[in-house]
Design a protein around this ligand. Sequence first.
Ligand SMILES: CC(C)(COP(=O)(O)OP(=O)(O)OC[C@H]1O[C@@H](n2cnc3c(N)ncnc32)[C@H](O)[C@@H]1OP(=O)(O)O)[C@@H](O)C(=O)NCCC(=O)NCCS
Length: 354
Amino acid sequence: MTEIEIRELVIPASEGAPGWDELVARTELFNTIVREVVDSPDLLETPQQTLAWATGEYVISRMFGAYDGASLVGIAEFTLERGHSVCWGWVGVAVDHRRAGLGSRLADRLYTCAEQAGATTMEAGTTHSELEGGERLSSPVSPGSVPADAASVQFLLSQGFRLGQVDVTSGLTLPVPDELLDELWRTARPSEDYELIDWAGPTPEELIDGYARLRTVVSTAVPAGELKVDESVWDAARVREADESNARAGSITITTVARHRDSGELVGFTRLGYPAAATGEAAAQGYTLVLPEHRGHNLGLKIKINNLRRLNAVDHGASRVTTGNADENAAMLAINRALGFRPFLVHGLWQKPL
Ligand SMILES: CC(C)(COP(=O)(O)OP(=O)(O)OC[C@H]1O[C@@H](n2cnc3c(N)ncnc32)[C@H](O)[C@@H]1OP(=O)(O)O)[C@@H](O)C(=O)NCCC(=O)NCCS
């Protein structure tokens, strides 16, 4: 094999800007690696989506490419939310260049990035379509597990990472029958103290502060197993930036919030996104939260039903919705199961103190 050269990539400021061609090549290799790990189109990215998560004023991102001559054969990616101590790292190596130390060389670049940015923990993820069977490595906090012999698992263990949580990705075939949604709505507990409000696209200005508060709370409210988590502080400007970034990435979001009638406070939300161009790509369910003091009124179920009804009314072309949940999040998993979501992937979430 020729000498493999690792170079830092320029992350383009916008589509077509300097660095764009390398980013497109990066996304092609990323998708090739994802397709080989999981036989599902749902985790594939477009270059526009890559650009959306890698840019913006709230994150520091760096990317490295490993080149065998002119061809890209490996990627390393680093992201850190500004002010956070936990960064995210991902390494991918083309299948014919594995077990030659390239993954380890790329990971070293990420540890240097973390040190330069002041991060003290690195998080990484592994994705598996084998939900059970074979030798398993168990979550420290739930019945969930990942296949112990997967290359990604062995690689992270060799790098000194520890499994901190197992997540489950589930899919729901669309359209969800209206009768099922109506039936679930009828069996839900009444909650006259609350009203539901929904919208598609950018967050309405009059709701933006309340929505930002929910986004801050949700960053630390979801079960995190044994993972270290930093709070993400959201304000109106950050909500606007995220809305614009979603639109640039080709996604239309549908959001439902629950508002407490007496206080006017927003107490719960759920958001999903679907591709603006009807590509057939899956719609993605994002966060769902009900503030602890407002739980027990079936609001979590109702806001999800409302969002799915809104989705049913749109000509979106998506054949299913996917969602990820912590394996120990029994409340959310029960709601999802009732709606018809079925697991098809498990994710290991790993951390390494630096
Ligand atoms: C995980 C991945 C990046 C490893 O890349 P790589 O170039 O093969 O890694 P290295 O050659 O540096 O391997 C380092 C060590 O990891 C372990 N390892 C890697 N692949 C392994 C495998 N298939 N089986 C057992 N151990 C393995 C070994 O301990 C290896 O050391 P050794 O070869 O001296 O025994 C590569 O398999 C890949 O791209 N997988 C898909 C992407 C992915 O899942 N990334 C998630 C991790 S962030």
